[in-house]
Every structure is written in structure tokens, then in C-alpha cells.
Design a protein. Structure first.
Length: 156
């Protein structure tokens, strides 16, 4: 399993998340439009100022809260958009979770020269899997690399 490094900001976001939700965060990726911080930040273009929190499997309901109130409380505290992704035991399930809210029918991992996850998504959910400006697919790629050393995630 790849080594992950967290910046001080990511650690602070995890602490705020856990305090506001009583759920456990397994990782945090900070997307900043104009950052060159390599460890747990991803440069994703101007205007992208979001935090992705990987939630321990089985704790997603607690993380979201009734009517989304827990995740909104976290967003208010940290002043950023927050996307939650539920952890999983397998690389395939992990990629499917990372592409949420898209309905993923199947994920196949190919390990030739590169490790690539091919996610089968319903045609009507392709836009949701990609996300505005590619945010969802970028999130899936970043998390899959950090947790399963997957080089790319592609939609089929």
C-alpha cells in the first residue's frame, strides 16, 4: 500500500471533520487552484478549493448526518466545499465509491505496464462520474493512486 503524507492543513481538516461528525477520517486530500504543495494537495485549476475526506467504511451516514447537517457543519467550520468518499476493502469497491454519486456497475483492474481501473458507468451517469470540470474523476484518480497505487481511472 502506498505511503500517504498529510500537510498540517489536512490534519486540521480531519480534526474539524471528526469533531463535527463523530465519524473517523482515513485520509484527506486538499484541492487548491493555485497550490504547488505536493504531498496531499492537488493543483486542479483556478477556483477549485475543496477538501475530500475519506470516511471509514460503514460510517458514511454518521459523517453526512440527518439531512446533511454534519457535512454542512464541517464546510462552515473550514470554509470550503467538502466531498466525502467511503473507504472500501477492495480497489474495485474503492474506485466505485470514489465515483459516487454515479452508479458504477463494475470496476476491472488491469495490471499491464500501468495499473488502470476501468469503471463501467451507465451512460446517463457519465456526467456525474466526471463531475463539474472533471472534479469527480480527478478525485477518484487521486484517491485510487494514494490508496491502491492505481495509475489511472477510466470510464467505460
Amino acid at each position: 500500500m502506498p505511503t500517504r503524507t498529510l500537510t498540517d492543513a489536512a490534519r486540521q481538516f480531519i480534526a474539524a471533520f471528526e469533531q463535527a461528525t463523530d465519524a473517523t477520517a482515513r485520509d484527506c486530500v486538499v484541492f487548491e487552484g493555485e497550490s504547488d504543495d505536493a504531498a496531499d494537495s492537488a493543483d486542479d485549476g483556478p477556483g477549485d478549493d475543496r477538501v475530500v475526506i475519506l470516511v471509514t467504511a460503514g460510517e458514511m451516514a454518521e459523517a453526512i448526518g440527518p439531512g446533511g447537517q454534519h457535512v454542512r457543519r464541517v464546510e462552515d467550520r473550514i470554509g470550503r466545499d467538502v466531498k466525502l468518499v467511503e473507504d472500501a476493502d477492495t480497489a474495485e469497491a474503492f474506485v466505485a465509491n470514489a465515483l459516487s454519486p454515479a452508479a458504477v456497475y463494475n470496476v476491472t483492474i488491469s495490471e499491464d505496464d500501468e495499473t488502470i481501473a476501468y469503471a463501467e458507468v451507465a451512460e446517463e451517469d457519465t456526467g456525474a462520474a466526471i463531475g463539474k470540470g472533471g472534479e469527480n474523476i480527478d478525485t477518484a484518480r487521486t484517491l485510487a493512486k494514494r490508496h491502491y497505487d492505481i495509475d489511472d481511472v477510466q470510464l467505460t
